[in-house]
Design a protein around this ligand. Structure first.
Ligand code: COA
Length: 436
């Protein structure tokens, strides 16, 4: 039973994230190491779940260990310079072979639909093709990189059409040039460029470690790019983690709102990172990932997820989706990692120079950290900007919170006439006001 309760609790708490992520585009880098890890099947199941929740997925596939293996079995020596593998003509076929084997393996797993697995009924459609246009890296400092290339362009238009048609898109680390040649690309470069050019909402990189750790061994759950720069300069990370963090920073600097580093060794890490408050890895972003801002129409789903439980408990008055959509301009919200975690509204009564504060709510997980206070300040500022001199509100259970913030109880007769007419005697709310 406790397990079941945990599950129900977890599922309920994940709903703001489910709403926030629906319809968003995530680029996910799956390195060759992940394909060989013990939890690879679970990673595939989790990707299928993201797909079912309406997230548009672009997977980027690496094949580093597989290429190493095939080259060493052929007794070829692989030369890596500045994190780029040199690809001479006589090794190209082996690189293609290793990469194709990984791609086929991924496509096969994504096609799984056995009734006794989480993939039952998933029916994923996966597309891959010549969507990465490449050019040769050329000769750098006297080293001829051969068939190693860099991304010239991502065919975003074609990829958008595929995503629009409910396909998952799989981009291998191989690119093609207009001259008809194949180039071996760094999978991180493909992932960065795909995330930037597709204007993805997130870049997620599976790496060997859970994320980036502080010197006391604690995991950073959020890391700002400027702090990531310092860590990268120290050069203390393993080469795989360094490359992954560097890719996250580059993507975020070039407009991808958030990048996440998670571990392929952590079973369920992807779901915890995307659908739980604590996350499982390190999120990299440019600024603090919590913003107080005016609400817009896309926030209504998240606002409903926040308000409905409070309406059901009778703490707030019921508002339909239509009403919220019509009145969304009156709301401010606090957005955290794409989820709406708090909101409040201001209803002005211009004739009386008064404003009503309504719908003040902070998600239970996020209470007690001044978010209520920040929203109240936001509403007070908005009211002042509209030249309103009084702020009032009706409450049944939160009287003391407002008293502690300068409100005092008042009478129904002091309210704007229109508001008096709407007063619900059965609800018997207390009325509070504050001079601004
Ligand atoms: C009221 C609410 C918005 C406060 O949000 P919050 O982000 O936790 O607020 P803050 O962090 O700024 O303030 C937390 C303080 O308020 C107190 N508090 C929370 N709910 C309270 C209540 N109903 N009555 C009195 N005090 C309350 C907390 O105990 C805490 O005080 P403490 O630090 O001294 O213990 C939030 O609890 C909520 O959403 N409640 C349900 C909806 C609601 O009642 N809205 C008001 C409708 S009019």
């Amino acid at each position: 039973m406790p397990d079941e309760l945990n599950y129900v609790d977890w599922f309920r708490h994940s709903s703001p994230y489910i709403n926030a992520h629906r319809g968003k585009t995530f680029v996910i880098l799956i390195p060759g190491e992940a394909i060989e890890c013990a939890h690879f099947s679970s990673i595939i199941h989790d990707l299928a779940l993201l797909d079912s929740l309406g997230i548009r997925l672009v997977l980027v596939q690496g094949a580093r260990p597989q290429i190493n293996e095939i080259l060493s079995s052929r007794r070829f020596k692989s030369q890596v310079e500045d994190d780029y593998r040199v690809t001479p003509q006589d090794q190209l076929l082996d690189v293609i072979q290793a990469s194709a084997a990984v791609r086929v393996q991924l496509e096969a797993k994504l096609s799984m639909g056995l009734p006794n697995t989480p993939m039952d009924g998933a029916r994923l459609k996966v597309c891959s093709g010549n969507y990465v246009i490449a050019r040769p890296l050329g000769v750098v400092d006297g080293i001829d990189y051969g068939h190693t290339g860099e991304v010239r362009r991502i065919d975003s238009e074609a990829i958008f059409r595929l995503l629009e048609d409910d396909n998952m898109v799989l981009l291998p680390h191989l690119g093609f040039s207009p001259t008809g040649e194949v180039f071996n690309l760094k999978s991180e470069d493909v992932a960065i460029q795909a995330a930037i050019q597709l204007k993805a909402d997130k870049l997620v990189i599976f790496s060997e470690e859970e994320g980036i750790f502080k010197s006391n061994g604690e995991l950073y759950s959020e890391l700002l790019t400027k702090d990531a720069d310092v860590i990268l300069k120290e050069k203390t990370l393993s080469s795989i983690t360094h490359a992954a963090l560097d890719a996250c920073v580059q993507a975020v600097r070039q407009g991808v709102p958030r990048a996440h580093l998670i571990s392929y060794n952590d079973n369920g890490g992807l779901l915890r990172e995307l659908f739980s408050r604590e996350g499982s890895g390190t999120m990299i972003d440019e600024d603090s990932y919590e913003k107080l801002r005016p609400a817009h129409i896309d926030d209504v789903g998240g606002m409903m997820a926040l308000l409905t439980p409070l309406e059901e408990k009778g703490v707030l008055v019921r508002r339909s989706r239509e009403l919220l959509e019509n009145e969304v301009d009156r709301f401010i919200v606090i957005e955290r990692d794409s989820a709406i975690v708090a909101c409040a509204a201001l209803y002005p009564f211009e004739q009386e120079n008064a404003g009503e504060l309504a719908c003040l709510a902070v998600s239970p997980d996020y209470r007690g950290s001044n978010r209520g206070e920040r929203l109240l300040k936001g509403i007070e500022q908005a009211a002042k900007a509209q030249n309103l001199s009084t702020l009032f509100l009706l409450t049944t259970r939160t009287a003391h919170w407002f008293i502690e913030r300068g409100f005092s109880e008042t009478t129904l007769a002091s309210l704007p006439t229109k508001k008096q007419a709407l007063y619900n005697y059965q609800r018997n709310s207390k009325i509070f006001s504050k001079i601004l």
